[in-house]
Design a protein around this ligand. Structure first.
Ligand code: HEM
Length: 374
């Protein structure tokens, strides 16, 4: 999609798409301005039922209160303490495939790693990990074939998995209420906003939001990072010679192949952007994947520069809704890639690879990424 964004940024940087009744915004400066101004561009938008109750779709003052509360669960200290766990989970997952010299990066590492980490953070007991992973796998699954039947089959499975996950969390919330532990759910149960406890529905909604917002995105970050290694062998060499570059490598992957391509808002007032009059109530989509390649912000934007500095990409959003899980996603991405580089020699895309993209206009990733290595 990137050449198209480059063209649109030049020709119609702010344009109204009649078919979706939506404004699309492609320039860095305009995207930045929209994300920076929650009073003019509201996050209260109709998504699915699940998403309506969460911080992702709230405006201040409620957003600020809830966000302050959940920030406590994502402090740098809490996240950095996860590091040894993330390392050992990554090593275990790689141990299972290392002898074979071939693996599907998505299925064997990029899907299970974030699921297991988030389960740990939430306090899902290790005996339930397999169940939990099974449900999460179903939630990201696409139809096996391109038929209506296969499509409805998957939809039904997803509906069922969501219900089971809901029921499962409801039961964990109940247990933690009686016996608090050192986990996120216990922390949310004990928290208060202006003397008021969170409702079970809010806690459940937040737990499911973490799965929905954190798993597929981190999966795609890891896969897209490996994709860069195989597409740009010079970058793979640079990282092998200089593994300390892994942090800036991951930032550049985020800029170059952002797991989430666009962020939605609703205009809360009549406002002008890029010379166009946007009316109160209009939907506005900010294309961060385009902003990340804006030549007025990034020098040589089409080149992947492993140590790019500065690198003010917008792949985690900007402003009050800036991704809560960014430190965790970065850490997982860095550990996964560093472990891959350390344990696997010369990684290449498998010869018979079929790179089917994930069918969503907002997500950037592939369903499978088979690689061979030494
Ligand atoms: C918000 C991207 C990983 C939890 C966001 C937003 C973006 C984003 C663009 C802003 C949405 C908006 O402004 O409307 C990503 C990417 C990830 C990632 C690219 C991986 C590479 C995670 C993880 C978690 C997480 C691992 C949790 C464990 C959240 C939450 C919000 C959020 C809770 C809402 C914050 C708010 O509304 O205040 N993410 N995310 N994300 N993300 Fe992430």
């Amino acid at each position: 999609p990137f050449p198209v964004y480059n063209l649109l940024r030049r020709l119609t940087p702010v344009r109204f798409d009649e078919s979706r009744s939506t404004w699309d915004v492609f320039r860095y400066e305009d995207v930045h301005r929209i994300l920076k101004d929650p009073a003019a561009f509201s996050s209260v938008r109709m998504l699915s039922d699940k998403e309506r109750e969460t911080i992702l779709t709230m405006d201040p003052p409620r957003h600020s209160q809830m966000r302050a509360l959940v920030n406590k669960a994502f402090t740098p200290k809490i996240i950095s303490e996860l590091e040894p766990h993330i390392r050992s989970i990554t090593n275990d997952l790689l141990n299972a495939v290392l002898d074979k010299g071939a693996m599907d990066m998505v299925h064997d590492l990029a899907v299970p790693l974030p699921v297991i980490v988030i389960a740990e953070l939430l306090g899902v007991p290790s005996k339930d990990r397999d169940l939990f992973k099974e449900w999460s796998d179903i939630l990201v699954k696409g139809p096996e074939e391109n038929t209506d039947e296969a499509f409805y089959q998957v939809m039904a499975e997803k509906g069922q998995a969501t219900e089971q996950l809901n029921a499962y969390f409801a039961q964990i919330v109940e247990q933690r209420r009686l016996e608090p532990q050192e986990d996120l759910i216990s922390l949310l149960l004990s928290a208060e906003i202006e003397g008021q406890k969170l409702t079970d529905k809010e806690i459940l909604g937040f737990s499911i939001l973490l799965l929905a917002a954190g798993n597929e995105t981190t999966t795609n970050l890891i896969t897209n990072a490996v994709r860069i290694l195989t597409e740009k062998t010079d970058v793979q060499q640079q990282l092998r010679h200089n593994p300390e570059l892994v942090a800036s490598f991951i930032e550049e992957v985020l800029r170059f192949y952002p797991p989430i391509q666009a962020i939605g808002r609703v205009a809360a007032a009549d406002i002008e952007i890029g010379g166009k009059s946007i009316k109160k109530g209009d939907q506005v989509v900010s294309w961060v994947a385009s902003a990340n390649r804006d030549e007025t912000k990034f020098a040589d934007p089409e080149t992947f520069i492993i140590d790019r500095k500065p690198n003010a990409h917008l792949s985690f959003g900007f402003g009050i809704h800036f991704c809560l899980g960014a430190p965790l996603a970065r850490l997982e991405g860095q550990i996964a890639l560093r472990t891959i580089i350390e344990r696997m020699g010369d990684i290449r895309l498998a010869a018979d690879a079929d790179l089917t993209p994930i069918q969503s206009p907002f997500v950037y990733g592939v369903k499978h990424y088979p690689v061979v290595f030494q």
